[in-house]
Design a protein. Structure first.
Length: 118
């Protein structure tokens, strides 16, 4: 089931609680991100370019955010699935994501570039 299918299902069932509205918003954001990635791939944007702060690729970010659809799109387009592991192996992020998984510590390191030891 795609994000769009889930959004349609939630609307059809009539779930209108605040939590379900938030879920629908998240699903809609994922649909928008997926559309942006589709356009980028259509115009041959490189899938393994890195951003300047942490050196992460679009695939790295999709994996960290749990965006399954974008991850699948980027992998199908040839993105390097091992880049994130290589990147983390060179920083303190490897310890908090692989050896001793700690989501809060990972988020802190990602939020504050000065705390990441290269």
């Amino acid at each position: 089931m795609t994000s769009l299918d889930m959004a349609i299902l939630l609307r059809e069932v009539g779930l209108t609680t605040q939590l379900h509205c938030i879920i629908i918003d998240i699903i809609n954001i994922n649909i928008i991100i997926s559309a942006i990635i589709t356009l980028c791939l259509l115009y041959s944007c490189p899938v393994d370019n890195t951003e300047s702060t942490f050196g992460m690729t679009p695939l790295d970010m999709a994996i960290l955010m749990g965006d399954v659809e974008s991850t699948a799109q980027l992998l199908a387009a040839g993105a390097d699935p091992e880049h994130l592991l290589k990147l983390f192996a060179l920083t303190d992020l490897y310890d908090v994501t692989v050896i001793h998984p700690d989501k809060r510590k990972t988020r802190e390191l990602l939020d504050d570039d000065d705390k990441v030891c290269y």
